[in-house]
Design a protein around this ligand. Sequence first.
Ligand code: ATP
Ligand code: MG
Length: 376
Amino acid sequence: MIEEIAEKLNIPSAQLRELIDRGIIKEVEGEHPHLFRFDKECGAIENGTAIFVHEKIDIVRGFPKIRRAMILDPTIKRHFDCPTVMIEEKMNGYNVRIASIGGEIFGLTRGGLVCPYTTEKARDIIGDAFFKDNPDLVLCGEMVGPDNPYVPKDIYDIPSLDFFLFDIKKKASGASLPIAQRLRLVEEYNIKSVRIFGEYPVNEASAAAREIVKELGRQNHEGIVIKDPQTKIPPIKYTSSQSNCGDLRDGFRFYNDYGRPFFFTRIVREGFQAVEWNESEEELRERCLQLGESILKPMVYTIKSRKRGEQIGENVQIKVKYLETAREFEAHLNRMGIDAVFEEPEKVDGGYLVKIKRLYQSTNDKTMSVLNGELW
Ligand code: ATP
Ligand code: MG
């Protein structure tokens, strides 16, 4: 078995054994075929790469990191050594890979775990036809909407939770299909896709990108991903100021649980965007105000609510067809080390609504200790 996995991953079997011994490849518990995952990236193999061992071995490569442009020009010209680029919307939800394993559909999250909630949704949203015809392809996309336990967002006019495809990859190699081929499949199997703004000559792309990002920002949407139509060159991402500030608002509510680099990079992005967009004093002042409010207001909110004796946390919710899914999802969050309290399910149309309070213990305790007069 080791030999077969090593061959599929294109690494020596001695190295594979070593990765298992060092705990970089970990076994995953849950209601799915026997599964191992890469807990870190390793050479060419992405973090989150999943290895299913059932009557055969199925490898679903991890979704690669997308590097960020801090300025559009000259970064796009420098990065894309191809005649044109595609500009797509970057949607704000969570990354999902949907694959068929032994004839059943599973939804994987970024780290290579099968998420029971995502799996239920994926089976609902993606019919059987696609995987019957293409068992060796993986649908990569964003799960978006308010009934989203990881990244709840109400900005897309989606009633519950929906899947938007942005990539189709080959299982074991992780190679992406060219964009035109992906769009043909999307059409043929009636799968929703992220919005495609168009194909632009590389020299004209940064001007187009700037206008697109400004418009997306006005709608509080996240930003764009710029791609090589042939998918040979890795894509790059770029986000709106509104989304950077939105992240800061989310982060500072739980200021002691988020890593400091999370805050730092988002503030630096604002600096480069302000300069590249050549802003007037007036516009710069507006940006400063937005940035400052995004940092301070959520903290004030958190400190006040802790002062009132409330637990610091975030209310999220899921809508499931089967109660079993909610139970499995609770176990899944537990395994991920996420601290969450599940309320009793409420019967709603088509299933159950389960409200979940995700606790941020570190921010909770730190805030209390400061309020009690302890030193930082
Ligand atoms: P990364 O490790 O890729 O930098 P991250 O967790 O920091 O990920 P983001 O800053 O949100 O995430 O940017 C990358 C993610 O954007 C992808 O993993 C994917 O889930 C999401 N995404 C949304 N829309 C698209 C799109 N059109 N094309 C590619 N990725 C998209
Ligand atoms: Mg994201």
